[in-house]
Each structure stands twice: as C-alpha cells, then as structure tokens.
Design a protein around this ligand. Structure first.
Ligand SMILES: [Zn+2]
Length: 213
C-alpha cells in the first residue's frame, strides 16, 4: 500500500543526506494519507539506506497498522502537528547544521529574506526545550508553529511542515539556507530584518498558499 509515498519518503531521506540537510540515523519524515493514516519512518535505521518496506503505516493514535519495525521516537511530534494543523500533510524533522546552531543558541531566525517569509510565514521561533521523543517536545513545537510552517527545536534541530512532502522539503531547505545567511551576517556584525510592512505582505502570500486547495 502507498507505494509511491513510501518511495518518495525514501528519496527525500537520501536527498537530505546528500545535501547535508540531515545525517546518519537522525531525522524522520511522515506523510498523512487520508484522515487516520500516517506513513512514517522507522526508529534507529540509517535513513539514506532505507527501503520503501521500512516505512510504517500508523493511525493518528500511533497504532502500527503496517510494518515490522518500531516507528520513530518522534512520532508524538508528527502526530501532534497533524492533530493541531489540519492543513499540514507532511512533516520533516532533521538535524540540519545551521539551524542546529540557532537551536543551541536558542535564537529565533528573524525574517531577513523575502523567500523565507513566503515559505515560513514569518520568523522561525524556537520551541522551548524538552527531551527528544517527549510529549512535551511535541506540545512545545505545536505552540512554536502557530501561523508558521517551521520551528526550531531548542538544542536539537528543526521541524518543517507542508501541504505536501515536496513543500515540507522546500521549507526545510529555505530555513537552513537562511539560517546560514543569518549566522554569517551576524559574524559581519550586522543582520537587518525586512521592514515590517514587507513581512506582513509576504505573510499574506504565505497564508494564501497554505489555504489554497
Ligand atoms: Zn531529532
């Protein structure tokens, strides 16, 4: 079942490893299909070496319907996002290097590049720290995602969401690139945010994209 989605998840995991957006056994991806089914990556495996059969099918309550492995420990994070934000149908969690620098500094990513605001809806907030895999982490991330498509997880990494898996990947890529730009600009001693009216106008574009069916 869901052969195409499984294959796409495997491809996305490999792509992220190749592009340095994620590495090794870290990171996880899910796609919501229908009302009560989520395809999700397994726990513990080297993500770039997964095959489509490794992907699990779970219910919105986290019950495994298909698959021989254990789902990722971050399953509560993925399911909480789907429960709270109906418009998101794909979630990527990764340990992307530059976003992780901000995660450790617990510093939000301000709206510095127009493209970023169109994809994220504004600044990327830092979700309050909670241990990996915990319900508290899921709750904190949901809070930080309000009106946004991405959040930085304190001392951990990033979560990026989209209406499709491609869109979630684009969000992740744009945030990581912008985090790199921001950190380098800060090293120069200056990093200016976009004017408030520009951010507001771009937010409207973001919301339009998000609510378009
Ligand atoms: Zn993680």
């Amino acid at each position: 079942m869901y052969e195409d989605v499984r294959r796409r998840i495997v491809d996305v995991m490999r792509y992220m490893e190749e592009r340095g957006l994620n590495y090794g056994r870290s990171g996880n991806v899910s796609v919501r299909v229908g009302d009560d089914r989520v395809l999700i990556t397994p726990s513990g495996v080297v993500k770039a070496e997964m095959s489509p059969e490794d992907i699990l099918v779970v219910t919105m309550d986290g019950e495994v319907v298909e698959g021989g492995r254990s789902p990722t420990v971050e399953m509560p994070l993925h399911l909480a996002i789907y429960r709270n934000y109906e418009h998101f149908r794909a979630v990527i969690h990764a340990h992307s290097p530059y976003t992780s620098v901000l995660a450790v500094a617990r510093e939000p990513l301000p709206p510095i590049i127009e493209e970023m605001v169109i994809y994220t809806g504004g600044d990327v907030r830092v979700a309050e720290y909670a241990p990996f895999g915990s319900r508290e982490l899921a709750e904190n991330a949901v809070k930080a995602l309000e009106g946004r498509s991405a959040a930085i997880l304190a001392n951990h990494g990033i979560v990026a969401c989209g209406k499709t898996l491609n869109e979630a990947l684009e969000v992740l890529t744009v945030v990581e690139r912008t985090a790199q730009t921001y950190i380098l600009a800060k090293l120069l001693g200056k990093a200016f945010s976009l004017p408030e009216e520009t951010v507001e106008a771009l937010k409207t574009l973001f919301l339009k994209r998000l609510t378009k069916t």
